[in-house]
Ligand binder design. Structure first.
Ligand SMILES: [Zn+2]
Length: 185
């Protein structure tokens, strides 16, 4: 994959699908946490454009029983990395995506305000792909360069900031391998 660049909060030359699910960040110069998630729609199925449509608020509830359950949720993330390692960006990094929900990191609540959220297309039932780890490491690197308050100890899973509610990125996410790749860049 080519070197990633961020300009004015957007990745250059990567797929963009604009989500309406965002707010301006309430505080300037506050981006200081990276949150890793997984998502698949329908659950445990990969491919298709259901995640794009979900983050746009355009999921058709008649297409799958699960979509009926989630159709009124208004959520987003800054980026998705699909099974092939391709990135889609939905929300400008300088804005607040709606990925963390009720959450707390190091005593501070409302993690959406000060975090960037990355979704990996995946589930708690199968490993992530090599292409996803490679892309995630490169994306993490450019995010840390652009937002230097995100330090290695401020990269967490959704499970770490909402432990009562969330398990993602789940048992198959290999934190040690991710850290190894980051150290190699
Ligand atoms: Zn999550």
């Amino acid at each position: 994959m080519n070197i990633l660049n961020i300009e004015n909060g957007w990745l250059l030359e990567q797929k963009q699908v604009i989500s309406p699910h965002f707010d301006p960040r309430p505080f300037n110069d506050d981006i200081s946490l990276l949150v890793i998630h997984y998502i698949s729609l329908p659950p445990d199925e990969f491919g298709g454009d259901f995640i794009d449509r979900f983050f746009q608020g355009k999921l058709d509830p008649t297409e799958h029983p699960y979509f009926e359950e989630i159709k009124d949720l208004k959520v987003s993330a800054h980026c998705l990395i699909n099974r092939q390692g391709k990135i889609t960006q939905y929300v400008n990094f300088n804005d607040m995506a709606w990925h963390a929900g009720v959450s707390c990191f190091d005593g501070r609540e409302k993690c959406n305000q000060f975090s960037i959220g990355i979704e990996l297309e995946g589930s708690n039932n199968q490993p992530f792909t090599q292409a996803q780890y490679q892309t995630l490491a490169q994306l993490t690197q450019v995010i840390m360069q652009t937002y230097p308050k995100i330090t290695p100890e401020r990269i967490v899973g959704h499970c770490d900031i909402a432990p009562e509610r969330k398990i993602d990125p789940g048992q198959y996410f290999d934190w040690k391998y991710y850290q190894y790749l980051l150290s190699q860049i």
